[in-house]
Design a protein around this ligand. Structure first.
Ligand code: CO
Length: 296
């Protein structure tokens, strides 16, 4: 009987040890004892145009300068563009692949920063990916930063940055037409809201979309109302990629330049994406800073 009791005690001790070790290694695996490791994931739509790289490089440089101790990763939300670039031997990560990689690299806190202009379809897809990683529990914290336009302060800073884009040669009576992307998503209303605020400062500034209101036909009629003879066309997209080169400044009959020229308006075009200008990059990075501040 004594013998049985001793075996029982030894057995319970062994079980206790297994539980103690087991639970501590379990906790370790699940991050509570992991060393804090903060990372940044910058997420852009992507562009197949080599000229667009200057925009991405500018953001990359500024983010690394602002947070020199935090590793910066990139991901692109457009599957079509990732696929196209893969054909040229350039492998780019989707947000999910980049986050899986960061989980594998033992990051504990991840700041995902959207480099989109509005919180449209691409941004909301990204939100779902971030939400999935949050529920999987790989990271102690994963937070998504706002796109360019979220708050009223962003709207005001964006109006300032848009005016900074306007070339000095442009005369007061000449129109400035910004080409945004536009979307079927409800957030398309941001473009008209931004135009309203820009026009409070200068009634000859217009903001339209390739794929949403205000369309080029709307803008053309407004330019006619104001009897505008000359217009400056600029992209309101992070990169001066395919849309800026072709849909805005191209020679095909349906480009904005061709449509306005056909209507008797002389056009100048500027091919520089918003992410090439510090005024815009500072807004994206201010949202990233808001996220990083949550990790302290
Ligand atoms: Co597009």
């Amino acid at each position: 009987m004594k013998h049985v009791l001793r075996r029982w005690i030894v057995g319970m001790l062994a079980l206790g040890l297994v539980l103690a070790f087991g639970s501590s290694s379990f906790a370790h695996q699940h991050g509570t004892h992991k060393e804090k490791k903060v990372g940044i994931l910058l997420v852009a739509f992507g562009s197949s145009e080599a000229s667009a790289q200057v925009s991405f490089e500018n953001i990359d440089r500024k983010a690394k300068a602002a947070w020199p101790d935090v590793p910066v990763y990139w991901a692109y939300t457009s599957r079509i563009i990732r696929h196209k670039l893969a054909g040229q031997g350039k492998t780019l990560d989707s947000p999910a692949v980049a986050l899986a990689h960061m989980a594998d690299q033992q990051f504990t806190h991840v700041a995902v920063q959207s480099l989109h202009t509005i919180a449209g379809a691409e941004y909301h897809d990204l939100r779902r990916v971030v939400g999935a990683f949050k529920s999987m529990g790989y990271f102690q914290s994963i937070i998504l930063g706002y796109p360019l336009l979220a708050t009223q302060a962003d709207m005001e800073k964006t109006v300032d940055a848009l005016f900074d884009m306007i070339p000095a040669d442009r005369k007061k009576e000449e129109a400035v037409v910004f080409m945004g992307h536009g979307t079927h998503h409800p957030s398309n209303a941001f473009y008209a809201a931004l135009m309203f605020q820009a026009q409070r400062r200068d009634p000859h500034v217009f903001i339209g979309g390739v794929e949403g209101y205000p369309e080029i036909a709307d803008i053309q009629s407004w330019l006619a109302e104001k009897k505008v003879k000359t217009a400056w066309l600029l992209p309101f997209m992070s990169v001066a990629g395919d849309h800026a080169k072709n849909d805005m400044a191209g020679d095909e009959a349906d480009s904005w330049k061709s449509i306005l020229s056909e209507a008797g308006i002389h056009c100048h075009t500027v091919l520089k994406g918003t992410a090439e200008y510090d005024g815009f990059v500072d807004i994206w990075l201010s949202h990233l800073e808001d996220v990083l501040n949550h990790f302290h």
